[in-house]
Design a protein around this ligand. Sequence first.
Ligand SMILES: Cc1cc2nc3c(=O)[nH]c(=O)nc-3n(C[C@H](O)[C@H](O)[C@H](O)COP(=O)(O)OP(=O)(O)OC[C@H]3O[C@@H](n4cnc5c(N)ncnc54)[C@H](O)[C@@H]3O)c2cc1C
Length: 501
Amino acid sequence: MKKYDDIVVGSGISGMTLALLLGMNGHSVLLLEKSRNIGGSMARFYRQGIPFDTGFHFTGGFHKNGILTDMLSILGIGDQIQPVFIKKEAGNRVIFGEDGSVYDFPFGHAATAEKMKEYFPEEKSAIEKYFEMVSDVCKKTVALDLRNISLSQDWIDEDYISLDQVLDKLTGNRKLKGLLSKYSMCHGTKPSEISFANHSRVSFGLYESVARVKDGGEAFIRAFKKRFSGYDIDIRTGCCITECVDVEKNIVGRFVLESGEEVTADRCIFTIHPKLILNLLPKKYLSKAFIDRVSAFEPTAGFFSLFGVVEDKSTQDKDSEPTILSLFPSSDINRMMDPAYTGDQALVILKNHEKKSGKTHTVITALELSFPEHMKDWKDSKRGDRSEGYMKYKSTRIENIRKRIVGAYPEYSESFRVIDAASILTFRDYLNLPDGSAYGIKQKVGQFNLFGKLPLRNIYAAGQCSVLPGIVGAMLSSFIIGRTIVGKETYSDFIKERLER
Ligand SMILES: Cc1cc2nc3c(=O)[nH]c(=O)nc-3n(C[C@H](O)[C@H](O)[C@H](O)COP(=O)(O)OP(=O)(O)OC[C@H]3O[C@@H](n4cnc5c(N)ncnc54)[C@H](O)[C@@H]3O)c2cc1C
């Protein structure tokens, strides 16, 4: 039985980041993944040789001194990840269905604020105040400063107030509120429920720059795999822990794997959903309050996804820059993000270009809001064995989304072809999630997430549900845990040395 310093459970962006950070700091690491391949939501899939993205389409954080740029260069993979910025104003567009009004989001924080003032000249001071408050939150957030991150959460006032409360104080203009809440789609929690601080932390990087990545999440997976080989990092796929045993003084001695084998390690860090972590911990060491807290976490919104290509060369885009078109049924984002809302759901249409055998294809991925609450009838169904009712639900949704895509791009009415689709049950089953929500758990005002050391002292939690959702938040959680494990001094020297290279 090999003994490791650390077992990292789950190989999404959080697990890959943590395994590499620990490996680079001289630890022996076992990276455990339940699926056959590593990468989690970063993985792409291929249909007819064309790549499609599952859970990573675009991100912020790639601007100069951006947090993502820094994290990637610390990990030594920055040169292998190539951002493709969306710079054209019309490349990041919102259309409100209630009256067809169109708004573009230019590149850069200051330019976005200016553009908003152009759209709403009478709201100049509200807009200035909002963007100032967003920057202020990020400046005050210790967790966004890679050199000084720490486990102690250092809550600020804006953690205790919702996005809605802030916007209501600033303006009565519903459309402006809707636009300033746009990136709620990137954390999956309604403006009335998310704290202003967390909304700002997610949005700030996106206001600065929005980028796709050449070869999508696969570029990350490829780069991590290459780096892993230089360190003492073992990877086991198709494998998971079923039990934590031999507990003494609240320290787990052995970890039983599904195969019956056992492994020992000084620590085990779970980067998986908190409810899945709860299922694996021996209950007698957990307080009722702890169990109740984790059980009460609510799922974020998810997406019904449609994947397709534009077939006719004459209607394919010559322009290589990707685009994001958000069709929001209403500027009332709370209503739109409520599972009880029954109209057309918010739809984000992502257009990008992929090369296959030397040919460039215009690829369209459309993400339509969907909620675990809508899947109750089929929640116990399994992949490959769903009822007719579910199949009908899926085909109706596919056709509706297809119509909306060609409505937005009439030039593709003949040439757009649907290749595949995924409901949130598909995401649930492929990504081994409890419910298929896109960002794990809602980040509600004042909520105390599952993060850091758990009641069993050598067990830790990280991942997208710990600090912030999205790939930047997921990676950050691993940097914070990495610092805790290797120690403040070692971490500081390491970061300094890597950033000064
Ligand atoms: C449809 C969709 C679109 C999205 N779009 C974007 C986007 O454009 N930009 C963005 O920043 N974010 C996006 N997100 C969110 C983003 O994908 C996540 O925030 C991030 O990838 C989460 O990374 P993670 O490592 O924490 O979790 P995951 O990627 O979910 O990885 C967890 C891993 O753990 C494995 N696992 C689960 N249980 C076990 C177990 N018991 N033992 C071992 N392994 C286990 C899983 O198989 C998985 O590989 C999107 C999500 C979805 C679903």
